[in-house]
Design a protein around this ligand. Sequence first.
Ligand SMILES: Nc1nc2c(ncn2[C@@H]2O[C@H](COP(=O)(O)OP(=O)(O)OP(=O)(O)O)[C@@H](O)[C@H]2O)c(=O)[nH]1
Length: 263
Amino acid sequence: MPDITPADRALRLGVAGPVGTGKSSLIATVCRSLADDLRLGVITNDIYTDEDARFLRSAGVLEPERIRAVETGACPHTAIRDDITANLLAAEDLERDFAPLDVVLIESGGDNLTATFSPALVDAQIFVLDVAGGGDVARKGGPGIGRADLLVVNKTDLAPYVGVDVPQMVADASEARDGRAVLALSRTDAASVAALRTWVLGVLESHRRGTHVPQDPGPMAPHFHADEEHPGGGFVHTHDAASEHEHESRSADEVHVHSPARK
Ligand SMILES: Nc1nc2c(ncn2[C@@H]2O[C@H](COP(=O)(O)OP(=O)(O)OP(=O)(O)O)[C@@H](O)[C@H]2O)c(=O)[nH]1
């Protein structure tokens, strides 16, 4: 049997970041700018719905069949970091059904500031912040901000309305990242969209050459889960290997993958 190396399959590119920072819109932008040149697929993760996948299908950026939703049933960050089975199966199915694909984009649904993808699931990952979250967010650090392959400071067109100094926010982010890539993006700014396109093509090229090394930004920082039945209204937990994980656990066949009916 021939050896299959990561370079022989599609580049798997994760897109994570807090709720509403523009992850789905960024994926739509990448699809619009690359769909004529590359064969693309998308997987979205949502807790109970396939809302992000439906948004992308209705945006008409790819054939609907190339956009699949994983309904995680628990926090999406669990399905991109702790038990990636459903996402891996969805990626493999998509890659088989539309072989050969160049890039599969995997979105982590509305999630918190510390969620990151396992390097066993994605080859590279983008972490998305937006200016509306405040100029200070980039300075606060965390695994995604510090060590994702690319940090996007999104919706720069809104900066004048929310009083954020974009060059300062980018400088703070670059400092928090020891010089790793930071991109100020707005879907209304063609030059920034072109820079995003160039970045994706660059990662794809190194992936194909076999020189791209997936990085692990690190586990989520300890975080608080609201729970009415818990004393104190919730609990704090961590995701490091040594600590017990308290999320509801689900087997792969309990996790739903939505794909529209094939024509
Ligand atoms: N002004 C402006 N608005 C944007 C931009 N990108 C996205 N938005 C808006 O920001 C809102 C959230 O965008 P989404 O793409 O749904 O964000 P998301 O991170 O996928 O959201 P969740 O999946 O719920 O976490 C929507 O109203 C978008 O239209 C941008 O570049 N500029």
